[in-house]
Ligand binder design. Structure first.
Ligand code: ADP
Ligand code: MG
Length: 386
């Protein structure tokens, strides 16, 4: 666990004092990723550097697992912290293997062990050990170098990671890939991570919590969903962007919004039954048809059921799309908009129908906690302004 208590840094510069961090108090629970975001110069890098004491705090304290880091020597402190620096910072005259194993070698690991570790880490970040171990940093792309920077920080398996814009040199497509890789790695590794980003979308995707900073001050510290639903002031609201309601779509799983009550018919039912059941359930347009394993095989529209006689199996129309319970609302919304439908059946991993999701349920879910500053009327509930 990382805990900052009134952490403050004032730089004395020829132009006067610069308050890079102003009484920052916050806590990152074990195994979580906290993202620091904010405009350039707001103090993100300085905060990371005070945690591993590359920068000495002017005042305030840093605790790791409850221990005041001032009571540790810097060697001991830094051994427990993996640090990915903002400018990648690989040693140009060392091979990739040597770069990755800097810390293990300092710790006196023997060669067999650290070479094995380098191979393991390269595999973990999806780079083939045999083709990369003996290369030099200049022979790698910017994105590959950043991956090596992450591998180097993980080398001695430290419980805490400080990552300063670790993916910023990677093009958007590869960045999404490496973000996904990192998140799946983190599921296993459960590191306690402080991660700096200037990209709010990256913060929303990667963060268990997000800390928004401005001019050295912590303005809001919340889960991505809470931050997007209720930004504390105009600065954060504009930082999040006008589409913040849409951004929340990717944070919510279909299973959180699904209605498990869904009326269905089987292929052997008559169209009359289909029409009655549509009325029972209040369905305006259509009803889903499922097979004996409760998997969707088609749908019957109201227009057909009202005007035609016979069995459902002879009048099936295609279901616009189905969605999985563990998919997110972003995908659900995209399918609805793309297929011009306000409704999707939800299926589990075996394809069985488990309920349905409607556009109305989605907007209700998002809107129920969504706040704009106009909602805060009256002086007593005015949000703190910068
Ligand atoms: N070593 C230093 N000496 C003087 N000022 C510094 C030093 N390091 C950072 N600063 C200043 O502190 C502020 C915060 O910097 P930094 O933590 O690097 O911001 P960020 O990482 O959010 O872009 C900036 O105004 C920066 O110019
Ligand atoms: Mg920085």
């Amino acid at each position: 666990m990382i805990r900052l208590d009134n952490l403050t840094k004032v730089f004395d510069t020829p132009k006067g004092a610069v308050v890079a961090a102003d009484r920052i108090s916050m806590e990152v629970p074990p195994g979580e990723i906290c993202i620091l975001v904010g405009p350039s110069g707001c103090g993100k890098t300085t905060i990371l550097k005070m945690i591993n004491r590359i920068v000495q705090p002017t005042s305030g304290k840093v605790f790791l697992d409850g221990r005041d880091t001032m009571d540790m020597d810097t060697q001991e402190l830094r051994r427990g912290i993996g640090y990915v620096i903002q400018q990648i910072g690989l040693f140009p005259n060392m091979t990739i293997e040597e770069n990755i194993t800097v810390v293990p070698r300092l710790l006196g690991w023997d060669q067999a062990r650290y070479t094995e570790r380098a191979r393991e880490l390269l595999t973990m970040i999806n780079m083939k050990p045999d083709s990369f171990l003996k290369r030099y940093p200049s022979e790698l792309s910017g994105g590959q170098q950043q991956r090596i920077g992450v591998a180097r920080a993980l080398a001695a398996d430290p419980p805490v990671m400080l990552m300063d814009e670790p993916f910023s040199a990677i093009d958007p497509i590869n960045r999404a890939v490496i973000q996904d890789e990192f998140l799946s790695m983190q599921k296993e590794l459960r590191k306690t991570i402080m991660f700096v980003s200037h990209d709010i979308d990256e913060a929303i995707k990667m963060g268990d919590r997000i800390a928004v900073l401005r001019e050295g001050r912590l303005v809001q510290y919340d889960t991505p969903d809470d931050l997007l639903a209720a930004p504390r002031n105009a600065f954060i609201e504009s930082f999040l962007g006008e589409d913040r309601a849409f951004k929340r779509l990717s944070l919510v799983k279909v299973r959180e919004v699904v209605s498990d009550e869904i009326g269905t018919v089987t292929p052997g039912d008559t169209l009359k039954t289909a029409l009655e059941r549509m009325d029972d359930f209040g369905y305006q347009n259509a009803i889903l048809v499922v097979n004996s394993r409760h998997q969707p095989v088609g749908m019957i529209t109201r227009a057909v059921a009202r005007t035609t006689r016979g069995y459902c199996r002879d009048h099936l129309q295609n279901v616009p799309a189905t969605i999985g319970l563990d998919d997110n609302l972003h995908k659900a919304a995209s399918l609805m908009f793309g297929r011009d439908t306000v409704w999707l059946p939800c299926v589990d991993t075996t394809g069985r129908v488990r309920g349905q999701i409607t556009q109305r349920a989605m907007t209700h879910h998002l809107g129920s906690r969504f706040r704009t500053r106009e909602d805060d009327s009256g002086p007593s509930s005015m949000p703190a302004r910068e």
